[in-house]
Write a protein that binds this ligand. Sequence first.
Ligand SMILES: [Zn+2]
Length: 225
Amino acid sequence: MSARHRTQAIVLKNTNFREQDKIISFYTKEFGRIEVLGKSIRKKKAKLRSFVQYPYFLEIDFIQGKNHKILTDAVLLNDFSVVRKNLSKISIAYKLSFLLQHFIREPEKDEKVWFLLSNSLLFLNKEDFSAKRSFFLYYYFLWNLLSFLGYRINLDRCSLCQKKISKNPSFSLEKGLTHFNCFEGKSISFELIDIFKKMEKNSLEIINEIDLKWKKSFKYLFDKK
Ligand SMILES: [Zn+2]
């Protein structure tokens, strides 16, 4: 018998595999991102069939098979019903999943990423968290994820000349924050730089303090054009 592993997990996506199976991609507390085979999980009577949807929060058991990890049991911890009922919230939740799938390919335990993901979904799931603000939650997630993965953008010094930025800051996805003279990115205000600093240092509650007027500026900065 192979050893059983148990961990909390959030479903990122599932893909049909062979006739009755699925490959489920999870972000887990203990193992980071893993792909697990759900054997016969597409059968109508399969017990775990309804559990393997994004963004379900589960406790899963699996064993290491010869070619795949194999799901043996799952308990539903949270189905994020508030998120799933709200179009703006669920579309943000999907974007979080895409970001993780894009940036994380290998199984590697990372509790910071785990808590960022699970806490973001739990926060999004609060009835009293306005869907209008879920936009900011996406950027909170993106900003902190990049930082945890080693792509932190320095918010005090120019990424090119390394000197302090005291006027004309410029932002670009390629170079981060620079002097406008060092790299002609998009102009960004110091007020907005302060918001990014706050997002780095504070828990998710900070999202409720960001003025909605900043929405356009966020869009502008992260727009690829
Ligand atoms: Zn510079």
